[in-house]
Design a protein around this ligand. Structure first.
Ligand SMILES: Nc1nc2c(ncn2[C@@H]2O[C@H](COP(=O)(O)OP(=O)(O)O)[C@@H](O)[C@H]2O)c(=O)[nH]1
Ligand SMILES: [Mg+2]
Length: 256
């Protein structure tokens, strides 16, 4: 009998929480998705149907009632902006396990694979301005990823792969990668589909709907919200991008 220890007290991380009245970002990243992309034979460097799967998995979290204000995805990562009051009263272990499990489960089902996993981390933010800054940072990463993915693909067409290709890329400046892609693939990296360059944003949108008030016995306009996918978001660090994000964030403004 091993009842000498109070085992509950050994769950030493269970009390780790973010104050539940704060906003928080959760970033999920696919586990070994380079291998997965290969074995699934995903289109290179970008697979539209895979991106759609990522977007559907993200939308599912909104539909399940997670308090998500907006989400941003590119490649195999998803950032979720969670609103207060945080689920599980902000418990880090819960947020970092249940949410990536839901995404994994959904994608696993869609791709008919049983080896899908996502890691998850909490990013602490102090308000809407941090959220905009964070999203700009991820969008810059999406842009770098876009240049590198196309450049790798161009090298692969030349028969250069693996470590050798990585090494060559590391030694190249951004404009050299652009030139390589243009020369080898005939693609201008400023003219690829916007979602590949800027990522995809999933958010709420308010709309007005005619309803009927049975007590007053008349038609009324009611506000509803729906989930929308933005495959052509603006550049978040631009003035237009800032305005766009502030508006998207504002739908749940009362909660900040
Ligand atoms: N072919 C293809 N691969 C993709 C696509 N989206 C993501 N990937 C792969 O997923 C990887 C994600 O990067 P990272 O998280 O660093 O790699 P991981 O550690 O293997 O998950 C990329 O390097 C690509 O290999 C896509 O649309 N098409
Ligand atoms: Mg990954």
């Amino acid at each position: 009998m091993s009842m000498l220890i109070d085992w509950k007290s050994r769950e030493i991380f269970s009390s780790l929480r973010v104050p539940e009245d704060s906003m928080v970002i959760l970033r999920l990243d696919g586990w070994r998705f380079s291998d997965l992309a290969l074995s699934l034979g995903l289109d290179k460097p970008y697979d539209r149907r895979f991106a759609e799967t990522m977007v559907r998995a993200t939308s599912k979290l909104f539909e399940l009632g997670m308090p998500i204000n907006l989400a941003y995805t590119f490649s195999d990562e998803i950032s979720l902006l969670l609103n207060p009051p945080l689920p599980w009263r902000g418990r880090v272990e819960k947020m970092n396990s249940v949410i990536p499990s839901l995404v994994s489960s959904f994608i696993s089902n869609e791709l008919r694979r049983n080896d899908i996993a996502f890691d998850s981390r909490v990013v602490f933010i102090t308000g809407a301005s941090d959220a905009i800054d964070y999203l700009s940072w991820r969008q810059e990463e999406a842009w770098r990823n876009h240049i590198n993915s196309y450049a790798l693909y161009a090298l692969e067409k030349e028969g250069i792969t693996g470590k050798k290709a990585d090494e060559m890329l590391r030694g190249m400046k951004s404009h050299e990668k652009h030139e390589l892609v243009f020369k080898k693939l005939g693609i201008n990296l400023a003219e690829t589909p916007a979602w590949q360059r800027r990522g995809i944003l999933i958010r709420w949108e308010e709309f007005e709907k005619k309803g009927f008030d049975p007590i007053e016995g008349k038609e009324v306009i009611v506000k509803r919200r729906k989930i929308v996918q933005d495959w052509e978001p603006p550049i978040f660090s631009s003035e237009e991008g800032r305005r766009y994000l502030i508006k998207a964030l504002g739908i749940n403004e009362k909660k900040f």
